[in-house]
Design a protein around this ligand. Sequence first.
Ligand SMILES: [Zn+2]
Length: 106
Amino acid sequence: MSISKHGCPVCGFPEFEALDDAGCVTYDISPSCGCESGCDYEEDASQEKLRQRRDTWLNVKQGAWWNSRVPPPPSWNPMQQLSAAGLHAEAAIQPMSGLRPAMAHH
Ligand SMILES: [Zn+2]
């Protein structure tokens, strides 16, 4: 199964092409999450791998806008972007609490 051509498969940023017309990685870097097509994932990247990239972006980078030279769109919201792209966020950003979300209930 191939990843979707349009939009970042990691963060769902819509103004991004992960694959070219031939279905090959573009080596473009998503300005939203900073993941590079062809470096952070390949044409046939598994959903699990993409999810791991997504989790890293959300948990380690706090879902921050990556590109310092290109400003994010007005009222940019990483969680809204994810849901608009139909992507599932494993961890919710909790910037105010400073606490990591509980991983499991035992
Ligand atoms: Zn991205």
